[in-house]
Every structure is written in structure tokens, then in C-alpha cells.
Design a protein around this ligand. Structure first.
Ligand code: GRG
Length: 290
């Protein structure tokens, strides 16, 4: 059921991106960009946006450009994350990583271009008002840059083979992964014209969901199958990555994640049947096999 929903939503976002790129002038980077962002990955961040949209009864045509933008940022981060100067991975989403297919320089430039494409999509012609665009662009800048995923990635790399405590690890994972989920939920609140306090609450909820997603990613590295995950597993220990599992062991880390999931679900259940889709997605996140 959830698998069907993910595929359905991913196709919608892929179609939007294909049409968007078709209308642009072609460049030497068009093909590596498409390779990096279209027809690959779960596009779960888009599903979270659509689910949150249901919570607030927002029409999908108002959300699709935000979904496309977040997938561009996410794919740029994966392209760069796979580079030899970062995590040095040759496989992603069951195929050669972008630098293996097109070369390192092209992968850097395709990643950069996906990053800027995200802002082009949000600022361009769509169903958002000018003030919503401005607020969403501001939020995305904070979530993607040095206070968000890029800053978290730097911490992740600097933490390798160092002893870090629980708060340091959580802080790094919230930045590296949680901030983009903050963006997904909070930007939907912006489109629903929510007040400032609600938007801050939504952002924090997004960060908790993102942390849960990252913890599940760490569990997959230990117990997942390479074929289902689409990338090599059992790398975190070899690379000396700072994860909750390496700090406290698998069992305790799983208990921490399960408690976090329950805390998130309590917040969502207050919203009754409108929150059903988001609740289903949260349940999937911790038990996912891909
Ligand atoms: C600024 C030069 C520069 C690089 C940035 C930001 C960054 C590099 C890397 C992001 C860090 C990163 C890869 C975090 C991990 C997040 C994560 C769990 C990724 C996997 O996400 P899924 O499972 O992937 O949603 P799919 O393939 O389904 O899209």
C-alpha cells in the first residue's frame, strides 16, 4: 500500500521535472542532471509534503513545485556525497553513481546545477504567492546550506574515527538529514498560511521525522540487503562513522528510534483522519527495507 503511494507520488514529481527540463534550453549538464534526479530513489520527501498537504487540505498543484525543488536538493546532496572526496561510493539507487557514469567534474557541476534549479523552480511560475515563494526560498536556503545539510555533512566527515557523544551525533544527524524534512513539513505550513508558532512546531516535527529516517538508514547499513537498498551496506563501521549504533549498540539505538517514532505519532494522532497518510509514512520509515 505505502509502496504504491511512494511509486505514484515519485512518478508525479518525475513527470513535473521531465516537463520542466524539456521547456529549458538543453545543456551538456542536462543528461547527468536527469540521471541524478529522475527515475531514481523513493522520493519520500515528496510523499511527506503530499501527506502534510492532506493534513492541511492543500491542493497538490500548490505543492508539486516544492516537491520538485526538494528532490533536486536531495539528489544534488547524494551526487556530491558519493564523490571520492566525500563518501566515495560507486553505486547509488542500484546504478553507477553520477561521477562513475559521467566523471567527477561533471558530477560536481550537475550537483551544483540541481541545487540552483531548486530555487529556480520555486521562484518561477507556479501556484505560490510572492510572499510564500520568498519565505520558502529563505527556509530552503537555511535548510540546505551550512546551517543545514551541507553543515551536517561537514560534521559527518569530521566526526569519522572520533569519539562523539549522543548530543553531538544527534546534532549532526538533524543537520545532515533532519533539516530537509524540516523544510518539507514547514514549507507546507507556509503554503497553508499557518502562524509563526505553528510553523516552528512543524519544522521541529520535520526534524524528528528526519532523524527517525536517518536512524532507519543506519539500521539498513547493518541489516539491509544491497539489492533492496540500491547501494553497498555495512560501510559505516569500516568508515568509522559516528552513528547511534556505533555509540550504544544496535538494540539500544533501535529502542531510541522506536521511542522517537511513538513521540512523533502522539503529535500526529491528535489530527484525526487527516493525518492518516502521514502516520502510514512514519510507520514505514522505521520498518523500511529500502
Ligand atoms: C555542499 C559540496 C557539498 C556537498 C553536500 C549535503 C551533502 C553534500 C550530503 C548530504 C548528506 C547525506 C547524503 C545525508 C544522508 C541522508 C540520507 C539518509 C540519504 C538517503 O536518502 P533516501 O533513502 O534516498 O531518501 P533515495 O535514493 O531514496 O532518494
Amino acid at each position: 500500500m505505502i509502496k504504491k503511494k511512494l511509486i505514484y507520488n515519485a512518478k508525479k514529481v518525475d513527470r513535473f521535472l521531465i516537463n520542466y527540463l524539456k521547456k529549458q534550453k538543453k545543456s551538456l549538464l542536462s543528461s547527468p542532471m536527469k540521471y541524478g534526479v529522475i527515475s531514481g530513489g523513493k522520493k519520500i520527501r515528496s510523499t511527506i509534503i503530499f501527506d502534510t498537504g492532506k493534513l492541511f487540505k492543500i491542493k497538490e498543484k500548490k505543492l508539486i513545485s516544492v516537491c520538485a525543488a526538494v528532490e533536486c536538493i536531495h539528489s544534488y546532496s547524494l551526487i556530491h556525497d558519493d564523490l571520492p572526496c566525500m563518501d566515495n561510493d560507486s553505486m547509488r539507487r542500484g546504478k553507477a553513481s553520477t561521477h562513475k557514469k559521467f566523471g567527477e567534474a561533471t558530477a560536481v557541476l550537475a550537483g551544483n546545477s540541481l541545487l540552483t534549479l531548486a530555487f529556480e523552480i520555486i521562484s518561477g511560475k507556479n501556484f505560490l504567492s510572492l510572499s510564500q515563494k520568498n519565505e520558502i526560498i529563505n527556509l530552503l536556503s537555511h535548510c540546505a546550506g551550512h546551517t543545514g545539510i551541507a553543515g551536517g555533512q561537514e560534521m559527518d566527515l569530521q566526526f569519522e574515527n572520533k569519539k562523539k557523544n549522543l548530543n553531538q551525533i544527534l546534532n549532526m544527524q538533524v543537520k545532515k538529514t533532519g533539516k530537509l524534512f524540516n523544510f518539507c513539513i514547514q514549507s507546507t505550513g507556509i503554503i497553508a498560511n499557518k502562524d509563526k508558532r505553528t510553523k516552528i512546531f512543524l519544522g521541529k516535527l520535520g526534524e524528528e521525522i528526519g532523524l527517525l529516517f536517518q536512524l532507519a538508514d543506519d539500521f539498513l547499513d547493518i541489516k539491509g540487503s544491497k539489492n533492496l537498498v540500491g547501494k553497498p551496506t555495512k560501510k559505516d563501521k569500516k568508515k568509522g562513522k559516528s552513528t547511534l549504533i556505533n555509540l550504544m549498540g544496535y538494540k539500544k539505538a533501535y529502542m531510541y528510534a522506536d521511542k522517537l517514532k511513538k513521540k512523533i505519532l502522539i503529535k500526529l494522532k491528535k489530527h484525526g483522519k487527516n493525518a492518516k497518510d502521514l502516520i502510514d509514512t512514519i510507520e514505514f520509515i522505521l520498518e523500511r527495507k529500502f
